[in-house]
Ligand binder design. Sequence first.
Ligand SMILES: [Zn+2]
Length: 726
Amino acid sequence: MGLFLFLPALVLASAAPGAIAAGDAAPSIRPNVLVITIDTCRVDRIRCYGYPLARTSGVDRLAAGGVRCTNAATVAPITLPAHASILTGLYPPAHGVRDNGAYALSDSAVTLAERFKQAGYETSAFVSALVLSKLYNLTQGFDAYDDDLWEEDQPEMFMIRDRPGPKTAKLFTAWLDGWHARGQAPFFAWVHMFDPHQPFNSNPPDAYLCPTPYDAEIAQADDGVEIIVKWLEGKGLLDQTFIVLTADHGESLGEHKEKTHAIFIYDATIHVPLVWRYPPLLPAGKVYDGPVRAIDIMPTVLAAAGVAGGDQTQGENLLGALRGDVAPPESPQYCESLLSQVGFGMAPLHGVRLDGFKYIRAPRPELYDLRNDPKELDNLYDHRKDFAIQLEARLDAIMKQSDAIALDSSNKKPMDGETMEMLEALGYMASEESISAMGGMDPKDGIEIYEMLQKARGAARFGRWDICESLCRKLLERVPGHASALNMLASALMRGGRLDEAEAVCVKSLESEPRQHRVHLMMANISIRRENLDEAEARIKKVFELSPKFPEAMIRMGYIERMRGNRKAAEEWIQKAAAEDPKSPRVQASYAELFYLNGKYREALEHYRKALEVNPKIFSAIMLAGGCAQKENRFDEAETFYQQGLKLRPDSWLPPYNLACLRAAQQRYEEAFTLLKQAIDTDTGRRPLRSLMTHDKDLEPLRTDPRFTPLLNAVKQPLVFEETLD
Ligand SMILES: [Zn+2]
């Protein structure tokens, strides 16, 4: 690789604004460094990349003041591996993080933050989704790593906990305030926005200007970028800050039959936006067409700051090329996705982009001419086999080189409750049986099966358990014993109160994959629903055998003891769970939820109050506390909770909806209709409002009224759901 030869150019380039060497104590001229990543952001949905309908003024401004790369590629269409590459300058086979959830970055990695920390920088990271939580060890070198997402709403079912980009940006600027007040060392920071990731439910002020919900999500992330840029500008620091903005991957939006991302490595998800801005070193308004990779970010920013260590990466310092001082390097762009293999037993995908072509290694290999066929529709492999074989050799060389320098393979695999929940959420649980059923299948053939699972999850999220059930059954015909499909089917059956059938499905799931403690917990829940507390306890023992510190199982134990009348033992279990889980209001809230689900509203209310004593802003706890009070016919109390919810989240349809139900119970029908209309107006069409209005018992007295049907018809269609089920 030209890596070592290129290094001297790197040091020269960075010496431009005043000789800065690593470790040199000249803080006033060392730039601040800011890496911004926008999750799931397609390059062709940004205005400066030629999409006039985009509302991306923040990104566009950075590009106008810096260098915009037209040929940047990520390493994997998956959040954690892609960010691990940005932060280490290594390809996934080298840093070892191959997928979300089941991998964490090795302690032996030397991260971008560690390099800056060693050079005397203040360092911080602000992430917006659970996939990047502290658990995955990207924290190395950061003084502060803000991943506190617990004050957000409960995520929708099968969705990942996240927070809006502008909120993350404001937390970051609050940190910057403190940094600025200290006024000593420069900062290195990484800010991650998750908005464009599904579900599409953001509501930026001018969402109506965006052609699709996906574009509105990008606009919301861009609002976060604006907040940061304005802060820097306000302090006169914008030009003293080296900024690089990119995406971890794109989104397929139906290309190649893939709705979202993570299986395929086509350009819909691999080709990403990438913008650099630092006026002292880089020209303004320049377009750079040379190849750029996620792994080049680390050596380039280190060089710009005069910090050593870039030569310890697989990437190249691009400063000279970005400035136009030297020709763009050749830089083959490696990418991979192992999800098809890890989650389904299909073949993995590895690819390389080089000289305008992309080669994909798969059971049926692919070769595309990206310049003339950017959507990768015309596979040239059979026509240009010789060339494809050359690219295969390049791919092989990159993989071998990565293996040779791979970090120790004893990566911690953080299989705690949170991770399992997320793996389930992502549908990643493949069993031995399903792996053999898929038998290394080409993902091009298997994508339908993957999408079927996604559809089933979509149906579940919208409460259409009937559709979910039939999709799971269809899927299981194709991939017998697929644990995720079985688990989802069991959930669907449980929702319908079909406990015996649900139990049988859980048993089958455990036969194919016995170490799923969550499935044992589901079995315990079935026993609890049957009020067979001894059986429930025996089943929870199995959960503890597999996961001894699992807070949710402790909460179940607390419930069981409480139902037996052992109040003291119950309290002890809940305290244990709280000790495991530093955010204890969450423990109280989930304890409360358990009572709620089992129709014990008085006890549920008691524990919601406890949760709210610690953190009065847990929206879901406020709304459910109101629900409990209403079920107990304590209407005044319910009213107080709902009004609290309305004040906290004026943008949510839920408080007016619940107030409408309350008014119906109070027989104040006029007001009920007004509130229902308010709920419909606030709803963004992405929640199951229509199905609630059709089935909710609370609204029964309204349904015979002639005003009801027109209101029902006014409910916005659930966009994502419709799209998922077509
Ligand atoms: Zn991502």
